[in-house]
Design a protein around this ligand. Structure first.
Ligand code: SF4
Length: 340
């Protein structure tokens, strides 16, 4: 276990070195031409949409290093490379596909399900996934951390049925650890909140974020802790990710994973089985496999329901039940995820 005195943890100044996660964050690849050049795929440049189709390219260099050079169908590359298809206007694909705004309870607070509230903790991500369900979310107005968590904490205070707080975004671990400490000081005054869940892709795409300061904070939290990762393909999980997951577990977190079913990336049973096996090697259990949220600009990733269900039937014949994620769709207004 990680040890740290609470007093020291709360007052420790955050220092930055040239090699820490913030520097790696800043060094991310943000130019599609550079990304293609790094992979020897310059010839694809003529197929890029103008202005990244209105959603900036961003990918940490450590994630680029896990892509296969010269492979234009690399499953990691396809998750981040802007495509002309994003400009297609497809009926049924909208800006708020999961009814986020209808569930807004306070600034940066979404309240959809019984007993749980979700904070849009941050609008930033280390990586921009082209299929992102919140690629059109108005982060400028809706961020819980922006007002020192005041509105969010007030909402939680007034509803004692909320026992679990979910930090989402964007990526909540994009926040400085000092900002997370600020939140946990507020949570300490809310005895009905007993569990903290963190939805984050950072341990996968920038595992350096799981640093000593963050782990000290996590370890000392007087709450049950769940970290839900987001990985879609086994190639995303290298030794650095396995080590980050191990550190999270050592700090007392239950670590789960959610994936999105993506055409051309992970829509075959062998790929999904390999992902589950690799996750388990990292001490992570598969939790959800999401059907794509029908967000404008993402239709080319969609897999038909019948095909998705057939994939799951095959997956069940290949894996023990605890390695089979639940195939679900989120439908705005529903009181839970909808199993398929
Ligand atoms: S990490 Fe999550 S919130 Fe961020 S771009 Fe990817 S899918 Fe969207």
């Amino acid at each position: 276990m990680i040890t740290a005195s609470p007093g020291a943890r709360l007052t420790r100044p955050e220092t930055s070195t040239a090699s820490d996660w913030r520097q790696l964050w800043r060094d991310a690849v943000t130019d599609a031409g550079e990304l293609l050049a790094l992979l020897g795929l310059e010839s694809l440049a003529e197929r890029l949409p103008p202005a990244d189709a209105g959603f900036a390219l961003r990918v940490p260099r450590g994630f680029v290093a896990r892509m296969r050079p010269g492979d234009s169908r690399d499953p990691l590359l396809l998750q981040v490379l802007p495509q002309l298809a994003e400009l297609d206007d497809i009926p049924g694909f909208v800006t708020d596909a999961v009814g986020d705004m209808a569930s807004r309870a306070a600034q940066g607070v979404l309240h959809k399900y019984h007993g749980r509230a979700l904070l849009i903790a941050s609008g930033s991500c280390a990586i921009n996934c082209r299929y992102c369900f919140r690629r059109h979310f108005p982060y400028g107005e809706e961020m819980a951390a922006a007002g020192q968590w005041r509105q969010a904490l007030e909402h939680l205070r007034q509803d004692s049925s909320i026992s679990e707080l979910i930090l989402s975004g964007g990526d909540p671990l994009s926040l400085a650890t000092s900002k997370l400490e600020e939140l946990s000081r507020g949570l300490a005054e809310l005895p009905h909140v007993t569990r903290l869940r963190i939805h984050t892709r950072l341990p996968v795409v920038l595992p350096e974020r799981i640093d000593a300061a963050f782990l000290s904070w996590l370890d000392a939290l007087p709450l049950q802790k769940v970290v839900v990762l987001h990985a879609n393909h086994a190639n995303e999980i290298d030794a650095s990710v396995v080590a980050a997951c191990s550190r999270l577990r050592d700090a007392g977190a239950t670590v789960l994973n959610q994936s999105v079913l993506l055409r051309g990336i992970n829509d075959d049973a062998g790929t999904l089985a390999e992902l589950s096996e690799r996750l388990f090697t990292a001490g992570v259990l598969p939790y959800y496999l999401h059907q794509l949220d029908r967000v404008q600009g993402t239709a080319h990733f969609e897999v038909e329901d019948a095909r998705a269900q057939a994939l799951m039937d095959t997956l069940r014949t290949r894996l023990p039940g605890y390695l089979v994620p639940r195939l679900v769709r989120e439908v705005g207004g529903d009181l839970s995820k909808r199993p398929l």
